[in-house]
Design a protein around this ligand. Structure first.
Ligand SMILES: [Zn+2]
Length: 346
């Protein structure tokens, strides 16, 4: 199950991975939280009054076309309204995704997880410092408590039979790929569309320890094809999306990148993975934090706790947990990181 904010996010992030797994027989589910009503029409050829008036319907169709290209077996619409870019008037719309109580969103996600019983959930990292789109932040903030609660029979009893997914990954806009693409633009004597801000963001991702790479050799063209299905949103002339030919992309970056954020260990505990370490989220801790939305602070700390995700909020995490494990050592986090390299199910 892959949780995205808007139509087109499913194409730009991780689409080749989904195509690969679909071909390998994995049942693939896209959860799209909003209708993308606030998306700008970025393809000049598709910009007409008729398109602007019917943007919600058109984006719905574009999403289904793209999902077909990628190979999603199922598309779930949560039906929320696009909250718009940061500081835009749409932020204040009462029906905007970012204004819906978090508990309601979590409840819907829990119901979908229990209905479809995925082993793996893919969602967004905390991007408050890099790409603070309110809907992307909402996806992150709702996915974590949904993952924690779905397997707990005491929570959301009306949302179906409990089911605990095994792993939760963050999809990255592949830092390694951006850095390598930037090099290729320069080598070809072209202007790179990746500015300093992009390069810093890409470098910060690449430096993370819990990054895994999924080989998508033979599937890199899927991203281009799926993006083009979003005819109103994607300019076919965009150097950002299409500035390098497929064969160059195939050569330099035939992979998608993810960060392992959560997994369930052999005893059923949910383990939170940081850059260098992991700590356990006990079942009772997981449940007590749902109503108050435990938030993960991904900013690296100092000293011995460098890189450990810390969870704040009522009763979210017990620092005295006796199951803290060291991902850099021989603990199970290191083992699972090794096993999921090039296989989300590994
Ligand atoms: Zn988006």
């Amino acid at each position: 199950m892959v949780i995205h904010a808007h139509p087109d996010d499913e194409s730009s992030k991780g689409s080749a991975t989904v195509a690969r797994y679909h071909d390998e027989g994995v049942y693939t589910i896209l959860v799209c939280c909003t209708g993308g009503e606030e998306g700008d029409i970025l393809n000049p050829a598709a910009n007409s009054p008729g398109v602007r008036e019917n943007i919600a319907t058109i984006r719905h169709e574009e999403l289904h076309n793209a999902a077909g290209v990628i190979g999603y077996d199922e598309v779930v619409h949560l039906g929320y309204r696009d909250s718009g870019m940061p500081d835009s008037p749409a932020n204040h719309h009462p029906e905007a995704f970012a204004n819906v109580p978090l508990e309601a969103v979590v409840s819907k996600l829990v119901a979908e997880i229990r209905r479809t019983r995925p082993q793996v959930i893919i969602t967004y990292p905390d991007e408050r410092n890099h790409y603070p789109h309110p809907d992307h932040i909402r996806v992150h903030d709702a996915s974590l408590p949904a993952f924690n609660a779905a397997g707990d029979p005491s929570l959301y009893p009306d949302a179906g039979k409990p089911w605990q997914p095994s792993r939760l990954f963050y999809v990255l806009f592949s830092g390694g790929r951006i850095l390598e693409m930037h090099e290729q633009f320069l080598l070809a004597g072209k202007q790179s569309p990746f500015d300093k801000r992009w390069l810093e963001r890409a470098a910060s991702w690449s430096a993370k320890k819990s990054i895994i790479r999924i080989d998508v050799t033979g599937y890199t063209h899927i991203r281009r094809k799926a993006l083009l299905a979003h005819a109103t949103q994607i300019d076919p002339q965009s150097p950002f999306w299409f500035g390098l030919p497929d064969d160059v992309i195939d050569k330099i970056a035939p992979y998608d990148e993810y960060e392992l954020a959560r997994y369930v260990d052999g005893t059923g505990k949910i383990i939170i993975v940081g850059d260098h370490s992991a700590k356990a989220l006990s079942r009772s801790d997981a449940t007590s934090g749902v109503g108050t939305a435990p938030t993960v602070d991904s900013a690296p700390g100092t000293g011995t706790t460098t890189g450990i995700d810390t969870v704040t909020g009522a009763g979210a995490i017990s620092d005295t947990s006796d199951t803290v494990q060291d991902a850099a050592g021989t603990g199970s986090s290191a083992a699972i990181l090794a096993s999921v390299q090039n296989d989300l199910f590994g």
